[in-house]
Ligand binder design. Sequence first.
Ligand code: FMN
Ligand code: SF4
Length: 452
Amino acid sequence: MAETLVLLKHRDVPGIENIDIYEQHGGYAGLKKALAMERDAVINEIKTSGLRGRGGAGFPAWIKWSGIPKDTKKPHYVLCNADEGEPGTFKDRELMLKLPHMVIEGMIIAAYATQSAKGYIYIRGEFVESARSIRRAIDQAYKKGYLGKSICGKEGFDFDLYIHMGAGSYECGEESALMSSLMGERGQPRLKFPHAPLPIHEGVWQSPTLINNVETYAAASQILAHGGAWYATMGTENSKGTKIISVSGHVKKPGNYEVELGYPVLDMIELAGGVTGGKLKAVIPGGSSVPIIPAELCKDFKLDYDAHQVVQYSMRTMRLPVVGSGGFMVFNDKTDIVVLMRRTAEFYTHESCGKCTPCREGTRWIFKILSRITTGGGLPGDIDLLVNICDQIDGRSYCGLGDAAAWPIMGAIKHFRHEFEYWIEHKRSPVGEDCLPPAPEPLNPLLTLTPV
Ligand SMILES: Cc1cc2nc3c(=O)[nH]c(=O)nc-3n(C[C@H](O)[C@H](O)[C@H](O)COP(=O)(O)O)c2cc1C
Ligand code: SF4
């Protein structure tokens, strides 16, 4: 099955990051159409399209857009989440770099639909080139009258767009932490609904705020250009349209691929040129937080929002997502899954913001246990201990980072328990001597390590 290019259709056109070339290829047509419509009709178009948020959770975009209050006593804000911290995901970076106007156009459409006069693109600090591309595009859009006062001559519709650079924290991609960071506060999450108002009622500066992912806005521009009904012809019943999948790992042609939602996992590997360096062992299909799928089960999975994996804690059963943010990592049979999980745990330990106990302590404990297992010091009860700790993190942490840290470990234990057992019993890697890992890098010494 080939790619279905909607957002990435013109990515290889020389100069497409410039406004003139973007316009020559249909750019800003969606905005012009939107401005000729009533605001509610724009939201209706998004509803018809079935677009779901591309940041990971797959929440229907139109519900957020229509939830912004109609009165404008308080200012309204449109935020673009361009933090893209999920390991394995690199689509937003490419969209901003090559198609910055598509993202900006989608944000202007959202601003029009939600009566917002100001917008911010919160960009991960490391994405310097992408930020430069967005900067140039914003300047061009102002010159052409797509940003600023009375956009495209539409009286009463003013929209200013700003860039805010993050400092490279995974947690600042979580929407409430992102808003705190944007306001100059520490990048930690806030209390969530139902204990606190939704961002659409009280987001940044206690004002109604729409927050969506880069790809979600880019898709909105194409939906307005070509129609919601057209977009809804692609994908599946509950997962409409296309999704950009970032393929990495042991494949011949890593990179971003745009496919219809519902694309089979095995076809995705073929599209990226097939497995290199050995046979397929497993796939992490949606970013590092998503549970791993072993090779023999890959045929059963498609990349859409209905696809789930079930993991069993001691007392609970959880259905966990498959498509996530679209970070598709392929592993050949030389991969040591326990070492892979140790590396993953190290990441989450480092990125835990420390606000809540289950995640702050639990992620460190997981990392410590996996470190001792993969350096030959594993204990017989370590696997059960890992399951127990994951059980106490998942759903009991203050924000989704805790869950994201627990899910991959649970997935790996479910499918590759024998590799954990092998490590503990034989004190070496089940995939061969040359896969023995170096000693784990020390964590930030300023962080307290509670003994496990
Ligand atoms: C720990 C954590 C990190 C996240 N990182 C990102 C991110 O980098 N980019 C993103 O778009 N969404 C991220 N999200 C999801 C956002 O909180 C939010 O759901 C998303 O920006 C909404 O946009 P969407 O509806 O268009 O997907 C993260 C969530 C969590 C819990
Ligand atoms: S789960 Fe808790 S410690 Fe972890 S990032 Fe969220 S708030 Fe911070």
